[in-house]
Design a protein. Structure first.
Length: 146
């Protein structure tokens, strides 16, 4: 498949798989690639004021927390290798096209013994604008070992 005729979402997905990265956002020739885990790439884009409205994204795992950040970033379409039902509900509510390799009830934590702490942090939030604060608080708690 030639890169010339690919849509942005196809290109993002191809890069995600071929480069073995964790998150890709692209629009035309503007491509951001990250190897960082979890919501870190999205928080960096958000905190850095990146204008990626209308971009397509591909990510290894998208839970509700990541979905809310993608909404705030203005992503128009997303593919996730693994996507939680909570993420799908957020995308449905905000009219963002999505596809996934595998749908799960929730994203699991790194120890694989429970819910991802970011997913838990936004479980009771409906407004994406509230997500960054909750996510940052959770990251701080995890850093401190609480």
């Amino acid at each position: 498949m030639g890169g010339e005729n690919m849509t942005d979402i196809e290109r993002a997905k191809q890069i995600l798989i071929s480069e073995g990265c964790t998150c890709v956002v692209c629009k035309g020739d503007n491509i951001h690639i990250s190897q960082k885990r979890g919501v870190a790439p999205l928080m960096e884009l958000l905190d850095g004021g990146a204008d990626i409205r209308g971009y397509s994204a591909a990510d290894k795992a998208v839970g509700k927390a990541a979905a809310m950040l993608f909404v705030l970033l203005g992503i128009s379409e997303i593919y996730a290798a693994v996507m939680s039902r909570g993420a799908k509900a957020v995308f449905d509510e905000h009219g963002i096209k999505y596809s996934c390799g595998e749908e799960v009830e929730y994203i699991v934590n790194r120890q694989k013994d429970g819910m991802c702490p970011m997913e838990r942090a936004v479980r009771d939030i409906d407004d994406p604008a509230e997500a960054p604060k909750k996510i940052k608080e959770t990251i701080e708690k995890l850093r401190k070992g609480d």
